[in-house]
Structures are given as C-alpha cells and as structure tokens.
Design a protein around this ligand. Sequence first.
Ligand code: PGA
Length: 243
Amino acid sequence: MKIIRAKDYYDMSRKAANIISAQVIMKPNAVLGLATGGTPVGTYKQLIEWYNKGDIDFSSVTTINLDEYRGLPRDHEQSYWYFMHENFFNFVNVQEENIFVPDGANPDSEAACKAYDQVIHKAGGIDLQLLGIGTDGHIGFNEPGSAFELETHCVDLTDETIKSNQRFFGEGEEVPKQAYTMGIKTIMQARKVLMVANGEDKAEILKKAFEGPVTPAVQASILQMHPDFTLVADEAALSLLDL
Ligand code: PGA
C-alpha cells in the first residue's frame, strides 16, 4: 500500500482529485466507484472546479456508488443518490444513464443486490474505487465482523453508524436501520482503491487498519492485501502511524 501525506483537508482533497483525474485522463471511459460521507466532498468540489476549467471530461465515465440506505427512494434528501447529485453529478457531465447507486426503494434485498452485482460485472468491474473510512473501520456499509467474501448485500447498521449518521437527518427523523452495500469482495476486485481520511478522530482507526492485523473486526484492514491501494490522509489522521 501507498500512503500519501497531506497537510490538511484541502490538500488531501486536491491530491485525491488528482489521482481520480489522472485515471479519467488515462481512460476516458473509466468506471469509478464512488463514496458518500463528509470526507470525499472536498474531492468532488475539486473535480467540479477542474471540470469547469475544461481540464476533465466525465462524458464517457461510468460511476458506481458503494451503498444506499434500504427504504429510501432516490428523491429522499438523505438518500445517497440525492447526496451524489447535490455534491457532484449535478455539476459535471456524467451521463445520467451511466450513474449507478443501489436501489434503496426496492424492498426485495436479494433482487436489489443481485441486480447491482450485475451492473458492476456488466461494466467490466471498477477501475478506481474511492473510499472513506468509519471510526469503527467500516468501508461502504461493511460493519465490523462482516465476512470478507461478500459481494453486494443487505446489512443491519450498527448503533455507532446510526448514531454517527443521525447528524445528517432532521430532528426526530429516523435513520434507516439497513442498507445495501458492495461487499468487501467487490471492493477488493476494484483495480485501484483510493481512500481519503482526515482529522484526529480517524487517527486511531487508521493505525488499527493499516498497522494492525488483517481481521474482519476491522474491515478496512483487508486493504493491506490489495495490490494497488493508496491512502491519502492529512497529518492529523496519520498522527498515530509509525510509517
Ligand atoms: P465520513 O464517513 O467521511 O463522513 O467520516 C466515512 C464513512 O463512514 O465511510
């Protein structure tokens, strides 16, 4: 694995955007695996800026998002479909028919997850998968203890994740208790994986994930085994690593 040290959030976002940009320049019809959460927002902002300058073209790119809440329709303000449009898709020229997010409105988990795996296989797999990391080490919605062998599946969210995501929902509005997520197997099959992380509150989990043993208890630790994994993190997030 490669660790790229960034000064701060802005620097992390620019470095990550540079890597994504390089991927799209090298392969204009790249398949990008994308992520939600607070961390990648700055990366999307930077990509939008370069798109506006005419430096990057997404017209042939396919995007496949990691996960979606089960039970939320696309137009729900907290759906990841909505988040991706608000933070990225509405501002660049990714073609709507090339945008994929698991179908949270489909109550048939088995069918929804199978259909999503088919989307990924049909696209020829993911060229570059962008990831954040939860404070418990989750990637996508793969919570501690999940089997590494899974493709897209339905998960019960942990109390920690529900609590952490409550900040995005309105007062009294319930966070869904389940989600559809790409599995670790799907993520590990991406040809390149890029993780962004910033801030002190990610320091402990980065230490565990990347300087500790590979274990399902820390889902992100499996990325130590990925042949092309890059972590771009700021000083604060890297502060506990020995490097
Ligand atoms: P965050 O979430 O980027 O909002 O910290 C990361 C995650 O839970 O994957």
